[in-house]
Design a protein around this ligand. Structure first.
Ligand SMILES: [Zn+2]
Length: 319
């Protein structure tokens, strides 16, 4: 099977292989699905597959073309990424210009637009013109984890390939068998990432298992709970901190409602979870989980960080 490095996305990969085998790959595509499950990796692998010097449809990763794509240095493979502000018309005008040129060295020019839901209205209109009549030697791949925010006109011009998270137990097996991770780490990464392989790998890099345990120790088990281990007041770190607290409370809640231990996220702390099911009532847990959700909501809306933490402490520590 092609695309061996992309795990658990059999359906979209099979569709791409069919398109490739019938040379029906042209125009616009949308790769949709949650963040961290291999959409961009698939798009880049596809760019390699159509341009590999070792043969069409068989990305080798070793030829000059594949290596240039890996280094983001291929003159005919373009990655448009815009994280926070929208994707502006200037970017799409540049795409319009490049897509109509002869390729420098590729068989097929590839344009990958990540977070395509961030196209501004003007940029989307300009892109629509390209999608209506794409040059034959080009591919446009849109990537989005929020396809509902895409302009309908754009959607109607793209073939949609849906990517889905893996079953958590399957991802756990991949982490154990292919990365050699021990049981507790594999379990936590698979469950905390909700079956998203790329997301789980990032968490592994960050040593999230150890980090989450010091957060839990700090907040839930010390006599004076607080955000003592929070190294800064950066929103991303606070978000992570709160998400971990939420998983802890959610585990206690779910155990109380009959969930087996094997389905908890913090499986490595089974004994403590068990004790805490007796300490908290369902209404208390509901209130605490709501407080964290509300804080996360405020965090996204640029409300003062100190105020958010102060309010959350007051609500979580009133037990
Ligand atoms: Zn190659």
């Amino acid at each position: 099977m092609l695309f061996d490095a992309i795990k658990g996305q059999d359906r979209p990969i099979e569709m791409l292989e069919n398109y490739l085998s019938q040379s029906r790959l042209e125009g616009g595509y949308l790769f949709s699905g949650p963040e961290g499950i291999g959409k961009k990796l698939t798009a880049l692998t596809l760019a390699k597959a159509v341009n590999c010097e070792e043969g069409f449809a068989k990305p080798c990763a070793g030829c000059p073309s594949c290596r240039k794509i890996d280094k983001n240095q291929h003159p005919d493979v373009h990655l448009i990424e815009q994280k926070d502000s929208g994707i502006k018309i200037e970017e799409i005008r540049l795409l319009q210009h490049k897509i109509n040129l002869m390729p420098y060295e590729a068989r097929i020019k590839v344009f990958i637009i990540d977070n395509a839901h961030q196209l501004t209205a003007e940029a989307a209109n300009a892109l629509l013109k390209v999608l209506e009549e794409p040059p034959k030697d080009s591919l446009i791949i849109l990537i989005s984890d929020k396809p509902a925010l895409l302009f309908k006109t754009i959607l109607s011009r793209c073939k949609v390939l849906k990517f889905a998270p893996l079953e958590r137990e399957r991802l756990k097996d991949i982490f154990r068998e292919e990365l050699g991770l021990e049981e507790n780490t594999a379990h936590f990464l698979a469950y905390f990432s909700e079956g998203r392989l790329g997301c789980g790998l990032r968490l592994k890099e960050d040593d999230t298992l150890r980090g989450k345990n010091s957060i839990i120790d700090d907040f839930m088990l010390s006599p004076k709970p607080g955000f003592n281990t929070l190294p800064s007041q950066e929103r991303a770190q606070i978000r992570r901190y709160m998400n971990i607290l939420a998983t802890w409370l959610r585990d206690i809640y779910m155990l109380k409602t009959g969930l087996p231990y094997s389905q908890t996220i913090n499986f490595d702390r089974k004994a403590e979870l068990s004790k805490l099911t007796e300490r908290f009532s369902i209404p208390e847990l509901n209130r605490m989980i709501d407080a964290i959700s509300e804080s996360l909501f405020c965090l996204e809306r640029n409300i003062n960080v100190k105020l958010i933490i102060h309010n959350l402490k007051a609500q979580l520590c009133s037990n």
